[in-house]
Design a protein around this ligand. Structure first.
Ligand SMILES: CCCCCCCCCCCCCCCCCC(=O)SCCNC(=O)CCNC(=O)[C@H](O)C(C)(C)COP(=O)(O)OP(=O)(O)OC[C@H]1O[C@@H](n2cnc3c(N)ncnc32)[C@H](O)[C@@H]1OP(=O)(O)O
Length: 400
């Protein structure tokens, strides 16, 4: 028990003191970013309908193929990267028939491919960070491919040579908000553990969802691609050489009520089934402003959202268009998101890391200290729930 001392003050318990010292100085920040894509197969979007119907032996479904062509033209995507290729599809004919069990074969393939892709992205982030991988204290791994334990987080820790004491968390099936959720969690871990350095890794392979085109999967098949992103997150004090790219000032998670049925994923004997409701872009457009007001609080720049820089998950072209409209954004405000959508498609949870990487590249090109560049920004990611992860960002001037 702790007793009052002579002058009436209550001494702090040793455990309390330790816990108080555990808090970091200032908000967490992203310190380095890395991305990677599989090198096996790159499909230009204007060729995608022909390729996918040929590869899945469904060329006879002419109406469906025409619809796929119409959708592909409207996606704002130019190309996508995939781990699967004609050979691996040919070797696993059960992938093309949802009535046949194929989960085991898919799990076998992602078991090595997902951690390897995450390793490529993480190695780049660690190299940019400049400190040894053994200085990483926490790992948060997000993916929709995890169906095993121990899982990809342990495999990645081993591949990177992290310490056995690294504190691991795996986030599964968070879909497109997985990257936002992992960054939000990393912020809380870094701010509440003095000296913590958190590796966020997101790796997504469509292999677990992939199937022959049918009436229910056309939109997903036209939009999604494979990729991995990694971010090192830490809070002050910063060591020499560490430089905050984006401070993570505040964050919220919002679930749009009664939308559970609109967007979802489910593990089945035939892999991971997914459902993307036609209302998704409208629902996100209707709810995004309130969500931002809640995240910014009294600092919300309600009069003009153009005062901010933007890192928005490009879930689909229509989602970006609706956000542009409701927030009255000037052309170019979502340029980093549209660039990533164009070059890679929707890589689910990993996509937001690509957007952040592109954003910092563009800001650097424009001259990091350019006073015309907004200092404050917003990050948004959406996924099943419908869940919206939002974060207020600050890009510190280079000389700070
Ligand atoms: C080797 C290759 C391997 C490939 C593998 C690929 C595997 C897939 C893997 C999937 C992974 C799934 C992960 C799921 C994760 C959760 C997703 C998220 O969290 S978050 C975010 C998820 N992202 C989204 O939710 C996508 C947001 N949507 C969009 O951005 C746009 O709607 C658009 C770009 C798709 C079309 O542009 P838009 O201006 O709307 O153009 P139009 O109005 O002209 O429509 C064209 C045609 O499309 C129709 N149609 C439209 N929507 C739907 C639908 N949902 N439903 C059905 N149909 C739909 C529409 O009726 C029309 O048909 P028709 O009259 O011609 O017959």
């Amino acid at each position: 028990m702790t007793k009052a001392n002579g002058n009436g003050a209550v001494p702090v318990r040793e455990s309390q003191r330790r816990s108080m010292q555990q808090h970091a100085e200032g908000p967490a920040a992203m310190l380095a970013i890395g991305t990677a894509n599989p090198t096996g197969l790159v499909i230009p979007q204007d060729q995608f309908a022909d390729d996918i119907f040929r590869m899945t032996k469904t060329d006879h479904l002419t109406q469906l193929k025409e619809k796929m062509k119409r959708i592909c033209q409207k996606t704002g995507i130019e190309k996508r990267y995939f781990h699967v290729n004609e050979e691996s599809i040919g070797a696993n004919p059960e992938f093309l028939d949802r009535k046949l069990p194929s989960l085991d074969a898919r799990i076998d393939m992602v078991a090595t491919a997902v951690p390897k892709l995450a390793q490529s992205a993480a190695t780049k982030a660690i190299a940019e960070w400049g400190r040894p991988a053994t200085d990483i204290t926490h790992l948060v791994f997000s993916t929709y491919s995890a169906c095993q334990a121990p899982s990809f987080d342990l495999q990645l820790a081993t591949l990177l040579g992290l310490r056995p004491t690294v504190s691991r968390t795996i986030l599964s099936l968070n879909g497109c908000y997985g990257g936002g959720r992992a960054l939000h969690l990393a912020k809380q871990l870094a701010e509440n553990n003095h000296g913590a350095r958190v590796l966020v890794a997101c790796a997504e392979l469509t292999l677990v969802c992939f199937g022959a085109p049918d009436g229910s999967n056309l939109i997903g098949t036209a939009l999604f691609g494979d990729g991995a992103g990694a971010v090192i997150v830490g809070a002050g004090p910063f060591s020499e050489g560490e430089r905050p790219l984006f401070e993570m000032v505040s964050a919220t998670q919002t679930t749009i009520p009664r939308t559970e049925h609109v967007l979802g994923m489910q593990v089945s004997r035939a892999g991971v089934d997914f459902h993307l409701g036609i209302q998704v872009p409208t629902l996100i457009g209707q709810n995004v402003k309130q969500c931002l007001i809640d995240t910014f609080g009294t600092d919300a720049p309600c009069s003009d959202w153009n005062d901010l820089f933007w890192a928005v998950h490009p879930g689909g072209r229509q989602i970006l268009d609706n956000i542009d409209t409701v927030l009255k954004l000037e052309p170019g405000k979502l340029a980093s998101s549209r660039h990533v959508l164009r070059e890679y498609g929707n890589m689910s949870g990993a996509t937001i890391v690509f957007v952040l990487d592109e954003l910092r590249r563009r800001r650097k090109e424009a001259g990091g200290d350019n006073p015309l560049l907004p200092e404050w920004g917003a990050m948004l990611a959406f996924g099943p729930g419908i869940t919206i992860e939002a974060m207020v960002l600050r890009a510190p001037p280079l000389h700070e």
